[in-house]
Design a protein around this ligand. Structure first.
Ligand code: 13P
Ligand code: ZN
Length: 271
């Protein structure tokens, strides 16, 4: 059996949490990540027949039965993941009943997966139904994106449009736009269901006055999505109170999207 601390999927997870913390997206225990792992690959590092303990999830995730996920622990600090992944992370498998998680590794101090597991697993199910390549769900509290929530209308079209105007790359990186949910109680099945419903249409979902969710096929792609939104939100927050002299016009956004051949939300432009 190979040493799991050498596993590329663990190293990449640790590097990602380190970067997210460095950028100020994950204060204290803020944020959580789940990565769907390849069973064969994990089998090189762990005995998949050895279940350390079982933990009820409180919701039905039948389409994910037998799937393995690496998930951040609830109450755990991104700051600490790299130094002690076995305490701050866990590898779970969705058991045959669809409502129990089998712990295969991690949560060494007796902990458990993030309180946002409903939003994560329900988003995995929603994304896999429209994109079979999806592996990642990432949640965090990026500073400027959050600041923008307080001074900008929480309307999907308007929020997306403003961000598209802030950097030339935005409409190319997230042509499908950003879904927006109003403030809701976090950690519940209800916010999980609302997030998953948006995820059928969007790869980015803002939780009003809380943070953002991003999804993708790998950690780099998902990180890059949120990073691009956050950069655009930063430009917005640096300029929102100043007279606007220049902007990228809607016909220019259309030209960009067409030049890059992306399938963009035409109804989010005012042409
Ligand atoms: P957890 O510590 O349970 O992951 O919660 C952090 C968070 O960001 C809640 O939305
Ligand atoms: Zn949060």
């Amino acid at each position: 059996m190979k040493n799991i601390f050498d596993a590329p999927f663990l190293k990449e997870f640790c590097a990602t949490t380190k970067n997210m913390y460095r950028l100020g997206w994950d204060e204290r225990n803020g944020g959580n990540i789940s990565v769907m792992l390849d069973e064969k690959e994990v089998g090189e590092y762990l005995d998949l027949n050895h279940v350390i303990r079982t933990i009820p999830t409180g919701f039905d995730a039948k389409p994910l039965i037998g799937k393995l996920f690496m998930v951040t622990g609830t109450g755990k600090y991104f700051k600490n993941v790299k130094h002690d992944p076995e305490t701050n992370l866990g590898i779970i498998r969705i058991a045959a009943d669809g409502t129990t998680a089998e712990l295969l590794w991690g949560y060494k101090d007796g902990g458990k997966f993030t309180s946002e597991l409903p939003a994560h697993l329900m988003s995995h199910m929603a994304r896999l139904s429209v994109d079979p390549q999806n592996r990642i769900v990432m949640h965090c509290h990026p500073t400027y994106t959050l600041a923008m929530n307080y001074v900008h209308e929480l309307d999907e079209k308007k929020f997306t449009h403003t961000l598209w105007e802030m950097c030339t790359e935005c409409i190319v990186v997230f042509p499908d736009g950003i879904g927006v949910l109003p403030w809701m109680l976090c950690g519940t099945n209800e916010i999980g269901e609302a997030t998953a419903a948006k995820m059928k249409e969007f790869r980015l979902v803002v939780w009003g006055m809380h943070g953002i969710y991003g999804v993708g096929k790998d950690l780099d792609e998902t990180f890059g999505l949120i990073e691009t939104v956050e950069k655009a939100a930063q430009i917005y927050m640096l300029t929102a109170h100043l007279p606007r002299i220049n902007t990228i016009k809607d016909d220019e956004l259309q030209t960009l999207a067409e030049a890059f051949g992306v399938n963009y939300r035409k109804d989010f432009l005012n042409l």
